[in-house]
Ligand binder design. Sequence first.
Ligand code: 5GP
Length: 178
Amino acid sequence: MVSGPGGVGKGTVCAVLLERHPELWLSRSWTTRPQRPGEADDAYEFVSREEFLARVADDGFLEHAEFLGNFYGTPVPEAPPGRDLILEIDVQGARQVVARDPEAVLIFLEAPSAEEQEARLRRRGDPEDKVAQRLAKAWEEADAGAELGAHRIVNVDVEACADEIYRVILASRSQQGR
Ligand code: 5GP
């Protein structure tokens, strides 16, 4: 699982990781958040609250959480057997996954500085009130990540960060005897 505050570059790092290691399998989340201008159509499955809640009622999510007023969830994964599943989720979701599978590994990405994080949030076109809310939430998330024993990685360079995540995956495979 890859978590971290908004604007830290989770999406970009995961894209590089998947490009380099096509044996990994990235889950596509559902969200009720509106699509941002310029955001890829396949960044999420963008759904209404009704569709989301219907899937919750059907037990169709591995985990789900409400984040700043919108729902996000990981559909029960269809990853082919034997492939490592990568989830890009918030810490509330990570807590649910660890409860189900204590061997799940959590990476917590951090921005090199609060200024850089703020600049990234603004660049991607988040509304001003959301930028402030996401920044305020960042500390809370870092504490929750530490509590879950996350591997902390500072995202200074995307490629180096993807390499470091892959090293953590390899170490956990060998620990699990795979
Ligand atoms: P954003 O709106 O910036 O795309 O995402 C907001 C937060 O929700 C981020 O921390 C992101 O990692 C998290 N998130 C994205 N997908 C999921 C999901 O399926 N489950 C959970 N619990 N969080 C998610």
